[in-house]
Ligand binder design. Structure first.
Ligand SMILES: Cc1cc2nc3c(=O)[nH]c(=O)nc-3n(C[C@H](O)[C@H](O)[C@H](O)COP(=O)(O)OP(=O)(O)OC[C@H]3O[C@@H](n4cnc5c(N)ncnc54)[C@H](O)[C@@H]3O)c2cc1C
Length: 304
């Protein structure tokens, strides 16, 4: 039995998965589902061994939930950490079911407290860290930042033959309605956050965007929770990663997860009525004020 396993369906953030799993102090085995290149990338990210399940052409990683779950359950580890992609979560869930383990989403760190396994996880949009103790095995998917790690000597890669693969195939990929939002290619983006009071007020933001020839962006809650802007336009860790010449954040606090999406942006402008809002630390220019006054004033100054 090995102490911990990680499940990898995409390269990022493998070093962070390994670091989280090594918190238990024992060996870490990586179950990799994907092409050989992925297994090789994982092998130098710090695990003690790699078990590689090769995906067939056109077969989504989710199809391998059964083989991965059985492979890991046969080793009966104390903990499993998966990457947080859709496939990673499916594989994590199947593994938890096979192991009879507790599923604790969004884990950041694992540690041992005697017989108990402790899982630290983020909650309330990352504002609090909860520590959960489990007397039995645990499975989590990692929802934190990647960690920097120098390449390690490659761990041995063992090919695992997959049986009981689900009969699902990728039929086609096409852009979803609204997906071609243009935000990833735009040189100017005006982005709106929860500082906006109601959906109708988006006309204000649209007015400034039109005056600047900009695309509209937004913070995650404006798209995800409120549904005021298409999901394809939200910016940040779990949304779009963009590098426009100019990014204007209107009524956005500037959470680290949001700022991750605008790394590499040339000029960032923050408009916020709270002088202590974190956006001002990340911004090249800041305007402290009510967006309902600042945005029309900016538009007027642009003469449009
Ligand atoms: C795992 C994880 C992933 C995440 N991924 C993302 C992501 O990809 N993208 C993302 O955006 N978030 C992400 N989040 C959420 C993120 O942590 C923040 O909760 C979110 O970005 C906050 O959105 P906001 O700034 O619009 O809202 P709020 O935090 O509510 O901030 C609103 C801001 O508007 C200001 N304001 C209010 N009224 C006015 C006014 N009249 N004029 C001017 N300013 C005003 C306030 O001072 C405040 O600073 C993630 C969280 C987690 C835990």
């Amino acid at each position: 039995m090995n102490e911990a396993w990680i499940i990898v369906t995409e390269e990022k953030p493998t070093p962070a998965l390994v670091a989280a799993a090594k918190g238990l102090g024992g060996k870490v085995i990586a179950a990799v589902v994907g092409p050989r290149a992925l297994a090789e990338a994982v092998a130098v990210a710090g695990p003690d061994a790699v078990k590689w399940i090769e995906t067939e052409q056109g077969r989504p990683a989710e199809a391998y939930a059964g083989p991965v779950a059985r492979l890991i359950a046969a080793d009966a580890p104390r903990a499993v950490v998966a990457n947080a992609s859709a496939a990673g979560r499916v594989l994590a869930g199947a593994t938890a079911a096979n192991l009879g383990a507790a599923m604790i989403p969004r884990g950041l760190k694992l540690s041992a407290d005697g017989e108990d396994t402790l899982v630290e996880r983020a909650d309330l949009d990352g504002r609090v860290i909860e520590t959960i103790a489990s007397a039995g095995p645990v499975v989590t998917f990692y929802a934190g930042d990647d960690v920097a790690q120098a390449p390690c000597p490659p761990a041995p890669i063992e090919t695992v033959a997959a049986t009981g693969v689900a009969d699902i195939t990728l039929e086609k990929i096409e852009p979803a309605a609204g997906a071609d939002a243009g935000i990833t290619k735009a040189s100017v983006v005006v982005s709106v956050g929860r500082g906006l009071k109601k959906k109708d007020d988006l006309t204000l933001i649209q007015g400034l965007a039109t005056a600047l020839g900009a695309e509209i962006g937004c913070s995650m809650p404006v798209a995800d929770d409120l549904g005021w802007v298409e999901k394809e336009r939200y910016v940040g860790r779990s949304g779009q990663h963009i590098t426009p010449r100019l990014y204007i954040a209107v009524g956005i606090q500037g959470a680290p997860q949001h700022l991750e999406g605008i790394r590499g942006t040339k000029v960032v402008v923050g408009i916020n009525n709270d002088p202590d809002a974190p956006i001002f630390k990340a911004a090249d220019f800041g305007i402290v004020g009510d967006l309902y006054e600042v945005v029309p004033a900016l538009q007027a100054a642009l003469g449009k």
